[in-house]
Design a protein around this ligand. Structure first.
Ligand code: MIC
Ligand code: SF4
Length: 639
């Protein structure tokens, strides 16, 4: 078996490990972050279970920390008191980004992790099976339920050779994205092997597994080997380490090669993570902003690289450089060894250890400006500036460019490679992680006025007639469906309020149209709903009465979220997509019966009078969820 198969088989509770078949796996650990966590805990609370049934569950606060009003502060209190009451560790605001802290302090080879954030596969760097999912799935996992997924194919990525001057782990994953695109990982686990692994540290591996989310992959994983042991030793967690390697004769479904010897610095140009160029191709482009940080490149080593590059130099006067450390540990390390002073004296603006500019929580770039980010997503407008020109690159490229004021190939300015060895010992201080309360019965959950109950849907109607109120193209992201940023993110625990912003960046009239017509249908292209795991991108449309989404194909997490909230995701052929128009009235004459009994759904375009049928592709369990009107109803019904 390969590593992915070993992880799945040791957690398999239902189904067979044949690619494409539905399976259920037991979940050892969960993580949530504040932006998805408030909903997830409200959902968990509704299940009436006194204590989480996982080995470890952690609630992080890292997305919403601006506290420009009472909303975020209320959410933080809610999350902390919920954690205390239900047996969950609480990582306080300021302690770091969930994926970075989880890797440092909680990850464990051989275990499974389900997180309500799409970059949860970050922890695959230590040989965990780490998967991103909607908050409701995570809530169920906390309640001890298994997680259902379609058994993925396993793709082997062989890393050969070694990294050269100016090239780093970020360039490896950018090369994989170049080869596979943002759709190339759908239905797959990407497993890394090859001789280059012996020199790749865990934080470097995490950069690679983290951005597997951008491939659309179910997860990404490395074996647990000597490098993993060195990391656990340095984290003072040697006893948590365990070995996990593929068998010598392990079989894989697909294979891809990356030759590190020939790799050059790469960059994702606006506005998709797979729009890959060499840095040289865009070298000399003037920039106005450089942001170093986010869950993909904010480790101690990443910050050290930036500090070494900036030492004795100044940020170019036209550039604003922000640095957001991934964790308090990383920040403590660079403050104690003096590297922070080098960054400060270079003119870097040091931000909190949070997601910050990655999710548009402050530091939006100027109008039309080029912003260079070590982040993982450059979807249009995500930075907070509607016409942003956002590029993704490594900390090496970012720092070299911050000094030059133009996009710069770090290989050309460095005289020798910068190598940051794994420290023998990280600073270990878990003071900002609050353990569950020893007296949970005494904890009172605090709920401010921003925290509203979540809406629930009725069972699926026998027949449906509704209008197409929006038609969009390929690769629509959940940032398009339910934007984030400093204005909207604080409303994550208030569905009525946040639903005012559904598709607001794509079509400012969407919500009013949905309300006027009592709901509607959305038509999308390929890879509909890529990106974030935010269930709000399904929950808020459900609140507005969206009943069906037709698309050429769906991204995994979003499709699950639609089903979880009773919205029927129907895949249609390109010819059918072409005939569906905004304003078309669509009838699904016997939708409930067909979901129940047939593998096809019939629908009629009332304008043209044409009748279509499409395979719904739902598993038995998904059918029952849709019929019940969503996963919560289904679980109640089962109970
Ligand atoms: C993101 O990177 O888009 C987020 C914000 O971390 C999301 C989660 C969310 O929307 O709260 C994700 O990646 O799942
Ligand atoms: Fe936070 Fe950005 Fe990572 Fe999402 S991608 S978890 S917003 S740092």
């Amino acid at each position: 078996m390969n590593v992915a198969q070993k992880l799945i088989s040791s957690h398999l509770v239902e189904g067979k490990m044949n690619a494409g078949e539905e399976i259920a796996i037991s979940i050892d650990q969960t993580l949530t972050q504040d932006a998805t966590g408030t909903m997830a805990y409200l959902e968990f609370e509704a299940m009436g279970i006194p204590k989480v049934r996982t080995r470890v569950s952690v609630s992080y606060v890292d997305h919403n920390t601006l506290q420009s009003g009472f909303e975020n502060a209320d959410d933080h209190r809610f999350l902390q008191t919920m954690a205390g009451k239900y047996g969950i560790y609480f990582s306080r605001p300021g302690n770091g980004i969930c994926h970075q802290v989880h890797l440092e302090r909680f990850s464990k080879p051989g275990q499974t992790l389900l997180g309500s954030d799409s970059h949860t596969p970050n922890a695959g760097a230590v040989g965990m099976l780490a998967i991103g999912a909607g908050g409701l799935n995570v809530a169920l996992a906390m309640a001890g339920e298994p997680f259902w997924l379609v058994m993925p194919k396993v793709m082997k990525v062989i890393l050969r050779g070694s990294l050269k001057k100016g090239v780093s782990a970020k360039d490896i994953i950018l090369d994989v994205l170049r080869q596979l695109t943002v759709k190339g990982g759908v239905g797959k686990i990407v497993e890394y092997t090859g001789e280059a692994l012996k020199n790749l540290t865990v934080p470097e591996r995490a950069t690679i597994t983290n951005m597997g989310a951008e491939l659309g992959a179910t997860s990404s994983v490395f074996p647990s080997d000597e490098q993993t042991l060195a990391f656990f030793r340095a984290q003072g967690r040697e006893d948590e380490w365990g070995e996990l390697r593929p068998d010598k004769d392990a079989v894989y479904d697909e294979q891809l090669d990356v030759d590190l010897d020939n790799l050059v610095p790469l960059i994702a140009a606006p506005s998709s993570p797979d729009n890959i160029r060499t840095v040289r191709e865009v070298q000399g482009t003037p920039i106005k902003q450089v942001c170093i940080g986010s869950c993909v490149n904010s480790s101690y080593a990443d910050l050290m690289i930036a500090a070494k590059m900036m030492k004795g130099k100044k940020v170019h006067p036209d550039v604003s450089l922000t640095v957001s450390p991934g964790s308090r540990q990383a920040l403590q390390m660079i403050s104690e060894n003096g590297a922070l002073a080098d960054l400060v004296s270079s003119g870097a603006r040091i931000l909190e250890s949070t997601c910050g500019p990655c999710i548009g929580m402050g530091h939006a770039p100027p109008t039309g400006a080029v912003t260079l980010r070590t982040f993982n997503r450059n979807f249009p407008g995500r930075s907070g500036t509607p016409d942003d020109q956002s590029y993704l690159c490594s900390p090496l490229t970012a720092a070299a460019s911050a000094v030059a004021g133009v996009i710069t190939d770090p290989g050309e300015v460095l005289t020798e490679p910068i190598i940051i060895p794994l420290p023998d010992k990280y600073i270990i201080d878990d003071a900002m992680i609050v353990p569950p309360s020893p007296e949970p019965e005494k904890v009172v959950v605090e709920r401010g006025p921003n925290i509203k109950p979540f809406p629930v849907k009725e069972a699926l109607e026998e027949s449906l007639t509704s209008r197409v109120i929006l038609k969009v193209g390929d690769n629509i992201t959940t940032d398009d469906i339910m934007p984030a940023g400093a204005k909207i993110l604080p409303l994550r625990s208030n569905i009525p309020a946040i639903s005012e912003y559904v598709f607001s960046k794509v079509d400012s009239e969407f919500t009013s149209r949905a309300k006027a017509s009592g709901g509607g249908i959305v038509v999308g292209g390929m890879n509909y709903g890529q990106g974030s795991s935010r269930e709000h991108a399904a929950l808020a449309p459900m609140y507005l009465g969206i009943k069906v989404v037709f698309a050429k194909s769906f991204a995994r997490i979003h499709k699950d979220n639609l089903i979880n909230f009773g919205i029927l995701p129907l895949t249609v052929e390109p010819e059918v997509y072409d005939t569906l128009e905004e304003g078309s009235e669509i009838e699904l004459p016997s939708v409930a019966k067909e979901v129940k009994e047939s593998d096809r759904i019939t629908f009629i375009d009332k304008k043209s009078g044409k009748t279509f049928t499409t395979l719904h592709g739902l598993t038995q369990r998904q059918r029952e969820i849709i019929l019940a009107g969503g996963l919560l109803n289904y679980v109640k019904y089962k109970a």
